[in-house]
Write a protein that binds this ligand. Structure first.
Ligand code: S3P
Length: 424
């Protein structure tokens, strides 16, 4: 699918983002492991979350839609050796590897072309150490065969800061003998810990380490999933850049392990306010109100990268319009996402006329520059597609995004919602 966009005047109006993708995966997976029913409201209808639901069904879990439209998840009888297809979703493949490792199951986990390029040794290695039998394709790639059962708790110090790795080990740890501990190099999103706590599982957190044990099975609860802050940031950037804009994004998750982009945009001068702050299922939520404001450059380093890892492509768009030189370093993990996000960001923004230089672990952008509409690619990456749409709203002339349907991986209605706010 090709999407064509023209320069917009401003964004105004109120929106609710689709439910948070990261929390949705966890609500489903932990629901499948729980005693009793897990009832989930606000589940996003996105490609990645569908992949998790389909895999859980293949494992024997019962997922139905209740009368009020909420999803009801119940553990079924486990199917011993299903093939699990994770599609485009790294979170599905890695977290489910943790689930399978903890039980007497023997599953082949596979994914699409992009997911087959992404590193799996980072979970195969600790799960093997815990006692699972994990075989990957050479180079630590999918497909991966995971045979589980009889695990022992370990203390694991991952080299890369990854919430997916941490979560896979903690999920396996719920079925491992003794205590399982992950010591993180830099803190990453803590949705697994929050949800486990809300589901009644003791989670010990201290000095950058997280531990669980197999003593307590999670109990099913009602989970209302907050709006996805990673989706919200596309609108936050667009509204900051287009003069005269004022938008409100209701009920959005503001977990501090996820809001690095909001913090950085504020440092850049953006006018972002939070209202109606509350919480649901252990996660803080708020309405995010944004008014346009000229931006200035910023330096982003590895210490904040995990809190804004998925937002770097759209922060790059913001940096093209900011006064000064923006540097992003310590973000080598971007090369292992749905696309090589350093390369895809540099290629696309260069085509639009931005002054951007590729680094091994990030990029340097000199702004502000006058972007000019051109043909750009999603590279099969939802966040590249949506970032280019925002760039298209500030560029002169027409921007054409090839393979823009990739946005459906996290936000199927994105282009309609963006047009709606640009029209009002
Ligand atoms: C995610 C963690 C991050 C993020 C991904 C979702 C999660 O990946 O990029 O989109 O739900 O745990 P890593 O843990 O591999 O950094």
């Amino acid at each position: 699918m090709e999407i064509r966009l023209n320069k917009a005047r401003k964004l105004t109006g109120t929106l609710r983002m689709p439910g948070d993708k990261s929390i949705a995966h966890r609500a489903l997976i932990l629901g499948a492991m729980a005693q009793g029913e897990q009832v989930i409201g606000g589940l996003p209808d996105s490609g990645d979350v569908r992949s998790t639901a389909e895999c859980l069904r293949a494992l024997g879990c019962r997922i139905t839609v209740g009368q009020d439209g909420r999803l009801v998840v119940r553990a079924g009888r486990w199917t011993a050796d299903p093939d699990l297809y994770a599609g485009n979703s790294g979170t599905t493949a890695r977290l489910l590897a943790g689930l399978v490792a903890g039980r007497r199951l023997d599953c082949r986990i596979d994914g699409d072309e992009s997911l087959r390029e992404r590193p799996m040794a980072r979970i195969a290695e600790p799960l093997t150490r815990m006692g699972a039998n994990v075989r990957t394709r050479p180079g630590g790639r999918l497909p991966m065969q995971v045979r589980g059962g009889n695990l022992k708790g370990i203390v694991y110090r991952p080299e890369v800061a990854s919430a997916q790795v941490k979560s896979a080990i903690l999920i396996a740890g719920l079925h491992a003998e003794g205590k399982t501990t992950v010591v993180e190099p830099v803190p990453t999103r803590d949705h697994t810990e929050n949800l486990l706590t809300a589901m009644g599982v003791p989670v010990e957190r201290k000095n950058g380490s997280v531990s669980v044990s197999n003593r307590c099975r999670p109990g099913g609860i009602g989970v209302e999933i907050p709006g996805d802050v990673s989706s919200a940031v596309f609108f936050v950037v667009a509204a900051s850049l287009l003069r005269g804009s004022e938008i409100c994004l209701r009920g959005t998750g503001i977990n501090p392990t996820r809001t690095g982009a909001i913090q950085v945009l504020r440092e850049m001068g953006a006018r972002i306010e939070l209202a109606n702050v509350g919480s649901c299922a252990g996660e803080p939520v708020a309405d995010i109100i944004v008014r346009s404001e000229p931006l200035k450059a910023v330096d982003i380093d590895g210490s904040i990268v995990p809190a804004l890892i998925d937002e770097l492509p759209i922060l790059a768009v913001a940096a093209t319009q900011a006064e000064g030189v923006t540097t992003v370093r310590g973000a080598g993990e971007l090369r292992h996402k749905e696309s090589d996000r350093i390369r895809s960001t540099v290629r696309n923004l260069s085509r639009l006329g931005a002054d951007i230089e590729e680094m091994e672990d990030g990029f340097v952008i000199r702004g502000p520059s006058n972007l000019k509409g051109a043909e750009v690619q999603s590279f099969g990456d939802h966040r590249a597609a949506m970032s280019m749409a925002v760039a298209g709203l500030v560029a002169d002339g027409e921007t054409r995004i090839q393979d823009a349907g990739a946005a459906g991986i996290s936000y199927p209605g994105f282009f309609d919602d963006l047009r709606e706010l640009a029209r009002s």
